[in-house]
Structure formats: C-alpha cells, structure tokens
Design a protein around this ligand. Structure first.
Ligand code: SF4
Ligand code: FE
Length: 486
C-alpha cells in the first residue's frame, strides 16, 4: 500500500481495537470522541501534507530500502539534506497546527534503532538489524504512525531498574519463549500513543549487567493483548467537550496528547525484538534517540512560535497597540528568540555525520544546546506574549456568555478593542494565545525530549573542557604547550 492521506489515516484507526481509558471511562470510539479529535487531526496533517503538492518535497522521501516514495516520518536519514529537511518539515507542520503533531517521536526512535541494531550485530553477531529492517519496510509500506515509547515511570529515582522494590517500574522481560518474549511494566508520557498504529519501545537509560532484563527494545501493535493506554489530563481539557471558541485551537488542540502505556504480560514475537539483554548498548540507544528528538525542537517550536507571534501581532492591531514602540520591540524579541532555536536545529543538522550503518545522525552537542535553548526561549516568548496581551488573558468571559441572550451584548460591547473590529475577533485571538501558552504546552517545551538537566549532563560530557583548558593554558603560558592545540 502507498502513502496514506489524512482521511485514510483516520479510517485506518477505526480498524484497530486498542484498550484506552480516559477520565475513568473505557473509550470505545476513539476517532469520534472530542477529547481525542484535535490530536488525531494534528497527526492526520503529517499524512495530508506528505501528499499535498505544496509540501510533498519536504514531507515525503524515497525509501533507501525499497526505492518507494514514503512519508518522511518513516524515513531513515541518508544525508545532511534529510536531517535539514526534517527540521524544515517540522516547522512547516507546526505552522499549520500550532500544536504538537506527535509523529516525530517514533520517527526518531526508528532512526536510533536502525543504527544501534547495526552496531549490536557487528559486535555480537546477532540479527537485530535485519529484523528491524523487515519491520521498517512494513511500517514504510503501510505508512504506519509509530509512537516512541522510552520514558519509564522510574519509581525511586535513586535506585536502578533492578533495585526497585516493584520490578515493573521499568519495562522488562518477564519470560523468554522460543518464539518471543513476554514483557511487563509501563511507559509514561507517551506522545500520540492512543492514535498511533503501534509503539516502538526503547530502554530509558544506560543499564548495567544486573539490569539486563530491562535492556529491551521492540515493536508492538497498539491493540496487542495486555496493552492498556491511560490518557493523561491536560489543562483546560474539558473545554474540548464544551464549546469550540474557548479552546483557542479547536482543530488541533494545544499539546500532543500523552498517555501512560501499561504492559501487562505482553507477548512480543522474536521478529519484533531489536534488543534483549545487550545492556551495554542501552545508553547509546537513548543518547542517539535523544539527539534526534532534541534536534527537532527548534523546528516544531519554531513553527508554533510563528503562529504565536502572528496571533500577538494581530491582537495588537485589534487592541490599538500595534504602533507602540515597546510593543514592536517585544515582537522583534519574540521573533529573535524563535529564530534562535531554529538556527540551533539547522546547525545540529548541518553538523550531522554518518553512522557505521550508513544513516545520518545530528550533532549531539548542538542538538542538546538546541533543546536547552527551547526550555528557555519558549517560556520567554510566552512571557512576552502575556505581557503584550494583557490581563484579559486570565479573566475573559466564556463563549457561553458571549452567546447568552441576556449578557451576550455586554460581553460583546466590553470585549471590543478598536471600533471597526468585532469583539469575537479579539476573543478568538486571546483564546489562541491562551491555548498556546497557559497550560500543558509550556511544560512540554521544558520536559519533552528530556528535562533541562538531561541536556546539561550531555553538554558537560561533550563540551570537551580539557581541550578548552589547554587553549587557555597555552595563551597564559602555563607549562609546556604545543604550537597548535588540537
Ligand atoms: Fe514532534 Fe515537537 Fe511534538 Fe516532539 S513536541 S512530537 S518534536 S511536534
Ligand atoms: Fe515532544
């Protein structure tokens, strides 16, 4: 089967029978439930844009395995151009959705798994890479959306996986059979989990020999027996079920839609197992995945910032503040912050390199710099948006009151800005700014792809402090130094 469009993706979800719970209820009709529709719409755009003439160059690629045209979200990067196109694609989609479109996590997981399985096989003579290539061909051929399931609940953070009192706090192998493995545990915060076709499960951290049952990587379809998805709450999520205007971005929501995935003795056939016990490769897999996902954030968040800057700019015109010099200065600052993170994403792509498997990896140091900047710049962009918007962001009456036969006229009268623009225009812009900056979306910029401290650890490790010290010592004429410090 060829690439799917958005409609076909939505239809394909109807053929699956995943177990999903939300707000204490079992969800039987995922695609028709208002809590999930915006997230499905955002993911559907990754399909729609790949077949749209305006975007197909960015959003599709040619499979290096089959030569077929495929959705870029299932592609393995073959060169620098692929790495750069990925970032540009994420920005382009983010500009359309104003929200997370979820499909990048599995995309990054597949790229990391592709190269690590090659390295494991080279060292240990296993056949994980061939197994993975076969699974990848199926994913590309069917144009599947795959979630990237990495983060475990972790329990007591001071203990390793095997030291936990409850062994299920990290996903682990509970039984080895001739034809596969049985796994238990859970993965938390998994973006796009309920509207994916399957999950690529990876270990969450470096492992030691005693943790080898936890060094496991595999693919599992979303409706495999024993898989349970518990969808997370988001700020203002009941607005999705109440009315459209107060949502701010009714079409695509404000975040990706994350779930806790429980693995209750799930069977995984051997052909879908890509690491099982090779604990010495777990840390490297995590690092490669993290590099890919941190590479992304100047792309998608850059796209979201374009929408937010646009909303704030339009609002200044509606509120009569667009000519104030401090407002224009703040808008320029917002653009500067957004383009800075985009520059970082492009830079780590340009500085990428080939792995032994032949695929391309972004530069790890610069990818971590990208993400660390995102944890700061996105908050600063939001702070400036709040500053320009004013206190009305926190106090505005609802759509229900605007439409109420008794008080609607008062809301309309007093929510107006400049005389010739309807109050509803102002209300809609403020609600969009609200959706993009007042809730779960910001926390995603902080912790998605790893919390700031995770980036700091990588930056410190890869920053080559010893060489920097030598550069200084040479100029300060301390000790014997070479002519060039290399
Ligand atoms: Fe993709 Fe950005 Fe969402 Fe991560 S946060 S899945 S990179 S859109
Ligand atoms: Fe994310």
């Amino acid at each position: 089967m060829a690439m799917m469009n958005g409609k076909q993706y939505r239809e394909s979800l109807k053929n699956l029978k995943p177990t999903i719970y939300y707000m204490g209820e079992k969800i039987e009709n995922l695609t028709g439930h208002p809590a999930f529709i915006p997230h499905i719409n955002a993911a559907a755009l990754t399909y729609e844009m790949a077949v749209a003439p305006e975007f197909e160059e960015l959003c599709s690629a040619r499979s290096h395995l089959t030569g077929e045209k495929i959705n870029r979200f299932t592609h393995i990067h073959q060169n620098h151009d692929d790495l750069i196109k990925k970032v540009k694609m994420l920005r382009a989609i983010g500009q359309q959705t104003g929200s997370c479109f979820q499909r990048c996590v599995g995309f990054d997981g597949m790229n990391a798994t592709y190269s690590i399985t090659y390295d494991i096989d080279k060292k240990l003579g296993t056949d994980y890479h061939e197994r993975f290539k076969k699974t990848l061909k199926e994913i590309q051929g069917k144009d599947l959306m795959v979630s990237g399931a990495m983060t475990d609940p972790k329990g007591d953070r001071s203990l390793s996986p095997s030291e936990q009192k409850d062994p299920d706090l990290y996903v682990h192998v509970v039984e080895r059979k001739k034809d596969g493995i049985v796994v238990s545990g859970a993965k938390a915060h998994i973006t796009g989990a309920v509207n994916s076709h399957g999950h690529l499960v990876m270990p969450t951290s470096a492992m030691r020999a005693e943790d080898k049952d936890y060094a496991v990587c595999f693919y599992v379809p979303i409706d495999a027996p024993g898989l349970i998805h518990i969808f997370g709450r988001q700020s203002n999520d009941t607005r999705k079920c109440e009315c459209s205007m107060d949502q701010g971005n009714a079409e695509y929501g404000c975040v990706g839609g994350e779930a806790l995935i429980v693995f209750d003795k799930v069977f995984v056939p051997n052909e879908h197992v890509f690491m099982c016990g090779e604990y010495e490769f777990a840390g490297e897999l995590v690092e490669r995945f993290a590099t890919f996902h941190r590479q992304n954030y100047g792309g998608c968040k850059g796209g979201l910032a374009d929408v937010l800057v646009g909303a704030v700019y339009a609002l200044t015109q509606v509120q009569g503040t667009s000519k104030a010099s401090h407002v224009r200065d703040k808008l320029a600052e917002m653009i500067h912050l957004a383009e800075t993170i985009y520059c970082c994403s492009i830079a780590c792509s340009c500085q990428g390199f080939a792995q032994p498997a032949g695929c391309y990896q972004a530069d790890p140091l610069l990818a971590n710099i990208t993400k660390l900047n995102v944890t700061r710049n996105v908050y600063e962009i939001a702070r400036l948006a709040h500053d320009i918007t004013g206190g009305i962001l926190a106090t505005m009456p609802s759509e229900f009151d605007l439409k109420d036969p008794k008080v609607g006229k008062w809301v309309d009268k007093y929510m107006k800005g400049v005389a010739d623009v309807p109050a509803e225009t102002r209300i809609r812009l403020i609600r969009l700014i609200d959706a993009m900056t007042c809730g779960t979306a910001l926390a995603e910029s902080m912790h998605g792809a790893g919390s700031p401290q995770a980036q700091k650890i990588m930056i410190e490790r890869r920053g080559n402090l010893e060489r920097k010290k030598k550069l200084a010592e040479k100029l300060a004429r301390i000790g014997e130094q070479p002519f060039f410090v290399c």
